[in-house]
Design a protein around this ligand. Structure first.
Ligand code: AHM
Ligand code: MG
Length: 342
């Protein structure tokens, strides 16, 4: 480096501290929790990078609460994110895709923790065996039960609008952590050389319109008529609106959403015959992704209602999910409405 040359690296921890300093009233609780999430993300990233080398692939021999095979890495990610959240001392209870019931943290500091934590520790895990990107999705709420008392389901059945932070980690060609506390969406790329998440995508804004549609078209015959018509619309030739659009579907929500967030696009997982309520889970998949989408200028709905306004009825509730560039979500709504009209 030339004498006097300067570099401008902002690490995740530095960023969190700077943000906290902007709020003199903040006690640092959320900052501590985010810091620990960053540590868990690095540990899980390391393990995923080695997935092809050591015997950690394949089913762990158990079935999760959704009746799906639990892969060993799912268990690893679940354990490490739980440990990180516990270590922060700020969270009194956790909901995870991998656990049927909420996990109550009633030891030490955690009992008085102000927050509850929801997560999908390893989303898209069926993709690991073929080296496709997977992710962790998380969501943080303030508890509603009084501090010191035993947290219960009511702490978790809050509409997504009440999230205080949400984010995801994408373990891809590079590993990124993207999160928001409701004040802009920022992305950090893990620099393996120094082992730090570094600010690489400050204040992400998603394009208002896009050219990518992401949906599992193998389920086409089971889609609602409005979705079928929207797909045909995406495939029509219309140079003025840059159609036909491009179809991209990885089958890993975090990766599909992340690409569309940066380039503009729409991700749809509607209700189908096999999944009449949709496939994706409201608490730890749709709500955090919806919160990020909205704070980046996008939209997220269940086809008619804003995802963040839905009041959850159960921990593992599934909902249809339409998320992405606002103009594209509005357009698919038009088709859904038209199809319902008598
Ligand atoms: P998972 O949490 O069990 O990994 O399932 C969720 C995944 C999402 O990442 C992805 O968008 C979707 O399931 C893909 O489902 P499908 O294979 O039905 O298209
Ligand atoms: Mg998932």
């Amino acid at each position: 480096m030339k004498a006097g040359a300067s570099y401008q690296i902002v690490t995740l921890n530095e960023f969190i501290i700077n943000r906290q300093a902007e709020h003199p009233e903040a006690r640092g609780d959320l900052s501590r929790l985010l810091h620990h999430i960053g540590i868990a993300a690095k540990i899980v990233n390391k393990k995923i990078n080695k997935a092809g080398l050591v015997d950690i692939l394949g089913a762990a021999g158990a079935v999760n609460v959704q009746g799906e095979d639990v892969k060993k890495l799912d268990v690893f990610a679940n354990d490490h994110f739980i440990a990180a959240v516990k270590a922060s001392g700020e969270v009194c209870a956790i909901a995870s895709e991998e656990n049927q019931e909420i996990l109550i943290l009633d030891d030490g500091l955690s009992r008085d923790g102000h927050y509850i934590f929801c997560m999908d520790p390893l989303d898209g895990s069926s993709n690991i065996e073929v080296n496709v990107s997977v992710g962790t999705i998380f969501s943080i709420y303030r508890r509603v039960t009084p501090g010191g008392e035993r947290p219960d389901l009511s702490d978790f059945l809050q509409p997504g609008l009440r999230q205080v932070a949400a984010g995801y980690v994408i373990y891809g060609s590079s590993t990124m952590l993207v999160y928001t506390t409701g004040n802009g969406v920022d992305g950090f790329t893990l620099d393996p050389g120094i082992g730090e998440f570094c600010l690489s995508h400050p204040d992400i804004q998603t394009p208002e319109n896009g050219r990518i549609y992401s949906i599992n078209e193998g389920n086409y015959v089971h889609f609602p008529p409005g979705v079928k018509r929207y797909i045909k619309y995406c495939q029509e030739i219309d140079p003025q609106s840059s159609r036909p659009y491009t179809s991209r579907y990885i089958g890993s929500l975090v990766s599909d959403f992340h690409r569309n967030l940066l380039h503009g696009g729409i991700f749809i997982y509607p209700e189908t015959q096999a999944s009449p309520e949709g496939k994706l889970r409201l608490l730890y998949e749709c709500n955090p992704i919806a919160y990020i989408a909205e704070h980046a200028g996008g939209r997220a709905t269940n086809g008619s209602q804003r995802t963040l306004e839905q009041v959850p009825e159960s921990l593992h509730q599934r909902v249809p999910f339409y998320v992405g560039s606002s103009a594209m979500v509005d357009k698919v709504h038009e088709f859904l409405r038209l199809s319902e009209a008598p």
